[in-house]
Design a protein around this ligand. Structure first.
Ligand SMILES: [Zn+2]
Length: 216
């Protein structure tokens, strides 16, 4: 796996990036042949040392997702859900949301991650709300739906943990979305953490801490 590369954005400094990635300033500077007081330019590519173990999505999927134009500051949150069913597919959930829940845009989420029952274990499927950059339908608050990407993991995490492949894929997808949408790890929330009304989603066995250790 390649080292993490950060493309410098407006207003960023070496000190700021050292804080963002939790890498000592000296180490970050040395890795990039800079001094701790060097100025960095917009568009400059920096290597982030020690961050090469963060899961990434497959190159072919990245290419597919990269084709979708994302407006700057379009999204503020990345919200994690479970399907609360032992098996499921993007198509099945889409049909359910369209026909039973009468949601005009179908699948309430932007992405679904399979668990080997219906979809492949760890398979990431992008829905039409991602390809069309449409608001989510996964939260009780309409204003939050407008700015929140939704990712649904197939499974019931009240009863069992997600599979390790599923968690790894989820972390890779989140890492991609953070960098693609100009977010920080603070944007990552479970449905329970963000919702304005109580929900158990994504279940008490969903390993939030383990996931966040894989998010850069
Ligand atoms: Zn949920």
């Amino acid at each position: 796996m390649a080292d993490k590369i950060h493309v410098v954005r407006k207003g960023e400094t070496l000190t700021g990036l050292s804080r963002l990635y939790d890498v000592p300033l000296k180490e970050l500077a040395k890795e990039n042949d800079l001094t701790t007081s060097s100025k960095i330019k917009i568009g400059e590519k920096l290597v982030i040392p020690g961050k090469n173990s963060a899961p990434q999505i497959a190159w072919s999927l990245k290419r597919q997702l990269d084709r979708i134009p994302v407006r700057s500051r379009r999204w503020k949150n990345i919200v994690i859900h479970h399907s609360a069913t032992p098996n499921g597919t993007l198509k099945g959930m889409d049909r359910y949301h369209r026909e039973e829940r009468h949601m005009q845009n179908g699948l309430a989420y932007h992405f679904v991650v399979g668990n080997g029952k219906g979809m492949k274990d760890g398979e990431i499927a992008a829905g039409e709300r991602w390809t069309g950059q449409i608001a989510g339908g996964h939260l009780a608050s309409e204003s939050l739906n407008q700015v929140s990407l939704g990712i649904c993991l197939v499974g019931n995490f009240e009863q069992a943990e997600p599979t390790s492949r599923q968690l790894e894929s989820l972390a890779g997808l989140i890492n991609y979305l953070i960098s693609r949408c100009g977010l920080s790890r603070n944007a990552v929330k479970t449905h329970q953490q963000i919702n304005t009304v109580f929900t158990r989603c994504p279940g008490r066995k969903f390993p939030v801490k383990k996931l966040m250790e894989m998010v850069s």
